[in-house]
Design a protein around this ligand. Sequence first.
Ligand code: ADP
Length: 505
Amino acid sequence: MNGTQFGRKGRRQIGIQWKMYAILILFVAMVVGVLWFFQVRMLHYFYQSRKLNELEICAVTVSANLENSRDLLQKTEQCASDYYTDIWVYRIDGNQANPIAHARGLMDTDIPYLESKMERLYNLAMQNEGFYIAMVPLNEFYNSMSFEILDDNMGEPESYPMIAGYTERLSAVYVGIYHQGAYRYLVVQSTELSPMSAMMNTLQDQTLWSGLILSLFALLMAYMMSRLITNPFIKMNDAAKQLAEGKYEVNFSGSGYREINELADTLNYASKELAKTDRLQKELISNISHDLRTPLTMIKGYSEVIRDIPGENTPENIQIIIDETSRLSELVNDMLDISRIQAGTRTPEFQVFSLTDTVRDTLHRYERLCMQDGYRIEFSCDCDVEVMADRGMILQVIYNLINNAVNYTGEDKYVLVKQSIEGDNVRISISDTGEGISEEQIPMIWDRYYRADKMHKRATVGTGLGLSIVKGILELHQASYGVHSKIGEGSVFWFELKAFRDMNY
Ligand code: ADP
């Protein structure tokens, strides 16, 4: 499905499915390798060590029952059949060795040959502190070719001559001499030390088949897992392509995995934001073109009147042209400000200045407005406070907020600007008595180009960028800000800066 592909940058990229195949096949190879190592390669070693253990158990069991002939016979039989070993027990009486028990657990031992060697085995054990063990390749042992080979393999009682990884079949003769009462006893055991070749072949076959079946399962699992993992990505990729084509209504759906659900949520959020930006951008173009067109039309109209009609060159008409020009430059400045803040090219130049004086300076600008139009703007503060911030930017924040308050305040034309100390911070809040803002609109008013009142009352409404400039500047200062507002009760816009120094204290 998603095999090897060349990515956009020409990089060779491997699909999840192939990675899964590789990982699972590697895992199966490891499992089969471990199985093979223990079941095939190391089987001789484990088998030999277990068999030698069993010989020792037999020797202990038999030697513990030497004096009671009934128990001895029973234990000898039991050991022989439990552990597949041939056992001979002799009582040594002077020069005489009398057989007192014998049991067979093996099918094909060369009994007469071994029995003819008992004296020799006895002597070998006597020379070796009463214990002797020999291991020989099975063929030679049973072919009775030479018994001398036993001597070559003679080992110390503590360290048996272990032949790990020896692939030919081995046999062992285990000899012990025990003193019990007045007698000496010779216990000889003979057993096969190698696993049967049929068993070996079965295990090998099983390992091979398990490997093959596990590999098939691995391929199937890799296919299913990669489908499970890649399907949601493929769906999401399709949706993202639609988003790139401007279809913002596209829905990213997760598929039960937490990580993919989170990604889907993020992409849904991104597409909603993109849709909003797109809508706002379109609104901006219509708003701005409207806003630009109206003053331009007025400037053109009044200029033509002044040019063409004698006596119309009045200060009032010229003032209209000046006002409209100011409005145009305000609009253009706002657009420039917001784009510079967003592009990150406008960074604050921190300096210490009196915030209280800055508010006072801003309020001076409104004196004419108050006198002419009856606005009442009050400033309340307990003390003068300095802050460390970009003065020009903070001035713009105060100006934008007061401007909004003036634009949106109620019939009483009252605006209150208040400075208060909140812990280490100084808070400026600007209240008006206007219609207020509904709860649903509050989060949106800080967005670019958002205007609660779509029916654009030009005389009172600004550019739709004022609050987003406020937000951009305050965030550059890491200052907190907000608004409390209720429909019919006016609004209070506020922000806080860290007080640098309280000059009165
Ligand atoms: P505008 O130029 O439209 O005032 P702003 O970004 O300054 O743009 O404000 C965005 C919107 O927030 C305004 O259109 C208005 O609906 C609302 N708003 C801002 N200040 C106030 C206020 N003091 N009272 C009521 N609504 C306000």
